[in-house]
Ligand binder design. Sequence first.
Ligand code: APR
Length: 230
Amino acid sequence: MRDGKIVILTGAGISAESGLATFRDAGGLWEHVRLEDVATPEAFARNPDTVHAFYNMRRAQAAAAAPNAAHAALARLQAAHPDTVIVTQNVDALHERAGATVIHMHGALAGALCAACDHRWAAPPEMDTTTACPACQHPAARPDVVWFGEMPYHMETIAGHLETADLFVAIGTSGQVYPAAGFVAEARRAGARTLELNLAASDVSAAFDAHEVGPASTIVPAWVHDMLAG
Ligand code: APR
């Protein structure tokens, strides 16, 4: 296969055709609820019930969704070339359910975190303010997702991958949220070629060497086919 080590970043757009709303497209999540009310530590301190309800709804939607052809194609690519790294901003488990191994930089709906003792465990389908931590028994469970104002997970590992990438590919992300939006610049500085796969232009499209425009379930399998045939 061409291109040596591939590092892939995915965003909400790769799960859109699985029926999961993106954040900033028409009809997106942030059209229906203010992120300040559900996706910050302050929101959780102020109104944990509202936050739990938001993530319980997203957990149920993600559980009911199925991986699409784009998730399956990335899993095929990674199976053929195990050093392919997939970093996702998404908190659904569609990459894993398609058979891929991913780095969840924004955490995962499948995880619960204790706001009192930092213990992590598999999230129940629904959480509320009575959900107790199995380690310290405090009713301080929160979704193990990264909120605005918090540090994304695995950043050192991700930086190491970006420094050694031969090809950096961004799929279905608007390039509006850092640090993920800055990964293309880091990859370029390290000498990687860069490719953006998206339904539309993103805020960082100009930073990419090449672009494929279209729905992920069409253009990602086509790109993976070319990579595996190359
Ligand atoms: N195929 C490919 N791309 C698509 C599709 C599709 N079917 N549908 C939408 N897109 C693209 C849009 O063009 C847009 O660039 O997906 C992107 C969605 O952008 P956002 O809604 O901003 O999602 P994302 O980039 O993942 O957001 C990043 O912001 O709110 C935070 O933590 C949240 O992880 C999220 C982060």
